[in-house]
Design a protein around this ligand. Structure first.
Ligand SMILES: CC(=O)N[C@@H](CCC[C@H](N)C(=O)O)C(=O)O
Length: 374
């Protein structure tokens, strides 16, 4: 029989919700918390998020664990017997696992407290527009700020039982990218009387893809991805508008600033070439995930003595995570948790191996207990 936290993951998996609309998710987590011993627990809600305080036996310090809550606009194509019940939405980035692991950590310390205090943050809207920054500024959190914090992210490429991390930068700086092109629509047979935004938008995508290869130092990694392009209404109508939606990733703040300047230059070139209006909106921006070097090294050393975990010192990834904002204010680290599936993050067929859930709960609780008693 599956552990209660695997069961919880299966329930969460069925109700993926967009950022700041995690209403059913919040209720399910609150109902689950209500079944745990309450004597050491204080629960606060913030928007669709939850903060859970577990008082220690003789606290000198406060630890934190953060789990993200939102799903993605993906139509699930897994073979799981508990698929998403929300059409067009899926937990395809492991947040269902991150939350069930958080609940396992809470249950562990609610039953057998450690010396120090613990706050678990169930944080909405990691995929966008970003729940971490407003949550960190929320009144509900001010007297509960931890002294040290940890979070994890599932890693499809690693076997179960693997943890991968590194000191310093783990995940990139990110900026969303929304570009609107406005030209002049018209009849398909009269292109000379219109400004076709399909042609302008396609040109712009091509030019955007030269920025990383031609303007960024190759030793300083960066990515521009356009994940969505929308234009036109019918095959014989010239499109008046086009919209490009994407994301920028960089390891350095300098490259992010440079890329944005180049995008603006490309946009003004497109405006004059196609006699159109181009508007850029950078949406939400996430700070890099910067692992505290001393705490991460110490965690890695501790893992080396743990026979159940295979530790990998990995390289940086160009993924983003608004946990970077937590790490800007609170020392701590993030790590990858192996879930061994051939399909990557954000893929409709991703099926993380659930055995990783109990492994993560055991590892985090043992680490916190070890650290807390020092
Ligand atoms: C771990 C992960 O996949 N995170 C997301 C974060 C998205 C940030 C933002 N909405 C953007 O698209 O820039 C990622 O896509 O890396």
């Amino acid at each position: 029989m599956a552990s209660p936290f695997v069961e919880l993951r299966r329930q969460l998996h069925q109700i993926p919700e967009p950022g700041f609309q995690e209403f059913k998710t919040q209720q399910l987590l609150l109902d689950t918390l209500a079944r745990l011993p309450q004597d050491r627990m204080i629960i606060r809600t913030w928007r669709t998020g939850i903060l859970v305080y577990i008082a220690g036996t003789n606290p000198k310090k406060r630890y934190g664990y953060r789990a993200d809550m939102d799903g993605l606009p993906i139509t699930e194509e897994t073979t799981l017997p508990f698929p998403s019940q929300h059409p067009g939405y899926m937990h395809a980035c492991g947040h269902d696992l991150h939350m069930s692991i958080g609940m396992g950590v809470i249950a562990h310390f609610a039953n057998e407290p450690m010396q120090d205090d613990l706050v678990v943050f169930f944080q909405p809207a990691e995929e966008g527009p970003g729940g971490a920054l407003p949550m960190l500024a929320a009144e509900e959190l001010q007297d509960w700020k931890p002294d040290q914090i940890v979070a994890l992210h599932i890693a499809p490429e690693y076997p179960v039982g693997t943890i991968a991390t590194k000191p310093e930068i783990l995940f990139a700086n990110t900026s969303e990218l929304f570009i609107d092109l406005l030209g002049k629509g018209g009849h398909a047979a009269y292109p000379h009387q219109a400004n076709d935004m399909i042609v302008a938008g396609a040109q712009m995508v091509g030019q955007l893809h030269t920025i990383v290869s031609r303007n960024v130092n190759p030793l300083d990694s960066a990515v521009i991805t356009i994940g969505k392009m929308e234009a036109g209404t019918k095959q014989n109508i010239i499109a008046e508008k086009a919209r490009l939606e994407g994301t920028i990733r960089t390891l350095s703040a300098d490259s992010m600033a440079k890329i944005k300047k180049r995008i603006e230059a490309v946009a003004s070139g497109i405006e004059s070439s196609y006699d159109c209006k181009v508007t850029i909106d950078y949406g939400s921006n996430y700070r890099q995930v910067y692992n505290d070097p001393a705490l991460t090294e110490e965690f890695m050393d501790w893992l080396r003595g743990n026979d159940n975990i295979h530790l990998i010192e990995c390289t940086e990834a160009m993924t983003g995570e608004d946990f970077g904002y937590f790490l800007e204010q609170i020392p701590g680290f993030m790590f990858w948790l192996g879930v061994d599936t051939p399909h990557g993050l954000h893929h409709a067929k991703i099926e993380p191996d659930e055995r990783a859930i109990d492994i993560a709960i055991e590892t985090i609780t043992a680490y916190l207990r070890h650290h807390s008693s020092r």
